[in-house]
Design a binder for this molecule. Sequence first.
Ligand SMILES: [Cu+2]
Length: 83
Amino acid sequence: MNKLITAGIAATLFAASSSAFAFHCPADMKKIDEAMSKNPKLSAAQMADVKKFRAEGETLHKAGKHQESVDTLAKAMKILDIK
Ligand SMILES: [Cu+2]
């Protein structure tokens, strides 16, 4: 009985954390889009990298790979100096 409850709690926590990531990606994409709309002072190469990571992050998010998406979007945010 206790094992069942523990498994239930673990499954709930896992669902909660993965849905937190599901929300995290669009929030990061929004931050990136906002920063890009303000004409950031980046080199052409940095711009290309940001656009690449932004697109990759969206693809990963849609594929359900939220952790990878967050990691990829973080690279774009680092270039844009978003905290
Ligand atoms: Cu996601």
